[in-house]
Design a protein around this ligand. Sequence first.
Ligand code: HEC
Ligand code: HEC
Ligand code: HEC
Ligand code: HEC
Ligand code: HEC
Length: 487
Amino acid sequence: MVSKMKFVLGFGGASVAALLVAGSGYTMEKPDPKEYPYVPSLLQYEKSAAEFTPPATCGECHPQQYEEWTGSLHALAFKDPIYQGELNKAVKAVGHDIARQCEGCHTPAGVVTGEIKGSGISGLSDVAINGVSCDMCHSVSGHTGWQTPYHQPENGSLILSPGKDTPTGPVLTKFGPYKPKDGCGDGFHACVEQPLHKKAELCANCHQVNHYETHTPIESTYTEWKDSPYGVHGIACQDCHMVDFDTFLRSADTMKKPERGEYRHFFNGANFLIYSLTEQAAKKAGDAELAANVHKKYEMAVARLQAAADLEVSPVYRDKKLAEIKVRVRNIRAGHKLPTSLTNIRQIWLEMTVKDLDGKVIMTTGTVDAKSGALPAEARLFNSDGMGEGFHLSHDPWEIVSFGRQDAIPPKGYKEVYYGVSAPQAKGPLVVDIKLRYRQAEQEIAHTLLGAVPKDMDLAAIYGLTSMPDLPIVDMVSKSVKINPAL
Ligand code: HEC
Ligand code: HEC
Ligand code: HEC
Ligand code: HEC
Ligand code: HEC
């Protein structure tokens, strides 16, 4: 791999000056391991005798936040079997160093305390196993986004300061969005106001993933958001993901920020698959409370997906005959591309059936194969193709150097698909049944990842999975539209 990527920024005078000084233009420096001891993760840790606190302890005084966070994707970020499978594959493919990058976001405490040595989930502390726990956000004293290769938060560029040493012993410091009241922390922790917690730049440190060596942006939720109408109006990640469903609708539709008391700790997005697996695991373990809790989160994720998009069908006539069906799919409420993050893994596609008046099928597209779960080659997908060196298709973040196809739908934007149809003899009106469908991954990829989990993650014992499951699909939009075969 190249150790330094070079590119020239077009900032007029500034870049000319840089050229004169450096002689070779602006150089994107690799992060300095002296400043970033956990590279390729850009985490920083202000070590003291004050340790990280397990989430259940925070939950004793903050029961509502604890219940909301429990079973969220943040609570599951390390235990997630799809993650564990991919991590295991990464380590086998390129060596153990890359694991620090992954874990810097999926379990930051596990990295900075050095307790994670190899793959697997057993024998880890409460803080490490709980992924993105309370302390991973509330020990954040700042970030170093301005000095990363792209000069913005990415790859875990958080500063974790769980507390400090004082002459009378260690004191825990928790950073939050508000000016602390007297008695804040009940003697358990000190409170510090940190405006970062109201901003997308807190989330950005983990929701902007760049390649561990070349720095190619692989998951760009933050930059997609920043360049969107939501970013411009200051509607932050928190305003849609840290509120209940109705408040999310209001933030997205009116660009009005929620009130102070409306914030919640759901971190709810799209990943209904992990919620349903977790519900299965909770039932198997006899934990009815957790099962009910994640079931609500499952329903919330499905509702968010169904509120995110809309579609419009219109006929295109040529010589007064139906020539094409145009479908416009709009991203109406996702504050970033639809899908975002793992755009090369997530699948959003159109399934359509056109029938004539007698019910005879004139065309179909996007129907999942009942046996293999695969999509037909002609299916129109709104996602992206990740590419490795030499234009080969790749799904793995350590291989991707570019994106060959970018069809995720921009925030408050749309993508159009034209389907050629020829039905000169058909009796009208034609009925077009169309669905916009979502699943977390292609069946085969999910199988590969679940098949690659570390040995101490027994999928049968934890989830009751004895064979590979069919991946569930959520219909984001379903419509039935009538069109005439001729004018
Ligand atoms: C012994 C009880 C207790 C424990 C344990 C506790 N807190 Fe608190 N915390 C409080 C009290 C009391 C407040 C004041 C505000 C309130 O009543 O919610 C507070 C306030 C906060 C605030 C808000 C600060 C602000 O901006 O207003 C944050 C954030 C916070 N705690 C995080 C945590 C985290 C994270 C943990 C676990 C590491 C934790 N707390 C554990 C009692 C506790
Ligand atoms: C900068 C932070 C960051 C880094 C570094 C990172 N991830 Fe992630 N990862 C995320 C976020 C955020 C998501 C959630 C995206 C979503 O759900 O759309 C995620 C999601 C995933 C998922 C999908 C999980 C699921 O249930 O669908 C896998 C698999 C994964 N990461 C593997 C890895 C591996 C392996 C590495 C290291 C090579 C890695 N990640 C590095 C932040 C990171
Ligand atoms: C992914 C980051 C993240 C995690 C994990 C997290 N919080 Fe928060 N928390 C925030 C943000 C951001 C806010 C500010 C929301 C706002 O603007 O009011 C907040 C606000 C708070 C507050 C202030 C009152 C409120 O609810 O708005 C408390 C108390 C709190 N969190 C406790 C916790 C506890 C306890 C946990 C773990 C069970 C936890 N947090 C997990 C990011 C996080
Ligand atoms: C205007 C509301 C809104 C804002 C602002 C917003 N999101 Fe989302 N987000 C959504 C909706 C709706 C979905 C579900 C549809 C989807 O998957 O894109 C979603 C999905 C996600 C997902 C899961 C994507 C997937 O398909 O796996 C992640 C991760 C996410 N958001 C993170 C963020 C982060 C980080 C920010 C801030 C930089 C943010 N969001 C800002 C509405 C919003
Ligand atoms: C320390 C890193 C970290 C921080 C900080 C962080 N996240 Fe996350 N977040 C993750 C990881 C890792 C995942 C994915 C876990 C998985 O899929 O296994 C995730 C998942 C999510 C999801 C669920 C996505 C889905 O597919 O359903 C949402 C929504 C989300 N984060 C929103 C936020 C918001 C809002 C903030 C800021 C207040 C934030 N995150 C801050 C690491 C982080």
